[in-house]
Design a protein around this ligand. Structure first.
Ligand code: ZN
Length: 132
């Protein structure tokens, strides 16, 4: 099991590698799987703005590439002041690989933090069960 502080440090380290020359909004994320593995990532922007990739989505991709499928918790960190929650697309992607009570911990670099559940951020979500 990875501690929340360890996940935060990995998210902060990933954030420093963010490629965000257009928005200058650097984001780091680190998720923990149900097997205790941690995957961190940063946002990657593109001059064609629609191709920008979020840190949370990139962390999910790293998890999948490693053969993992279930997010136990995720940390997201931004410079602040003030925390930011994952965008709608990332909330939907997290829903695909977690449970409705997934803890989403958001931090800024000044020490502000808040924890939401996925259901709080994505109520009445559409998901795999809707396709059965
Ligand atoms: Zn996103």
């Amino acid at each position: 099991m990875t501690t929340l502080q360890a996940l935060l440090e990995k998210a902060k380290a990933a954030r420093l590698n963010a490629y965000a020359p257009y928005s200058h909004f650097l984001v780091g994320a680190c998720l923990e799987t149900n097997t205790g593995k941690a995957f961190s990532a940063c946002n990657v922007e593109n001059a064609s703005y629609g191709l920008c990739l979020c840190a949370e989505s990139n962390a999910i991709s790293a998890m999948i590439a490693a053969g993992e499928k279930y997010v136990k918790q995720i940390v997201v960190v931004v410079a602040g002041p003030g925390v930011s929650t994952p965008c709608g697309a990332c909330r939907q992607r997290l829903h695909e690989f977690s449970s409705p009570d997934l803890p989403i911990h958001v931090f800024d670099l000044q020490g502000a933090s808040k924890t939401y559940t996925l259901t709080e951020l994505l109520p009445n979500a559409f998901g795999p069960d809707d396709l059965i």
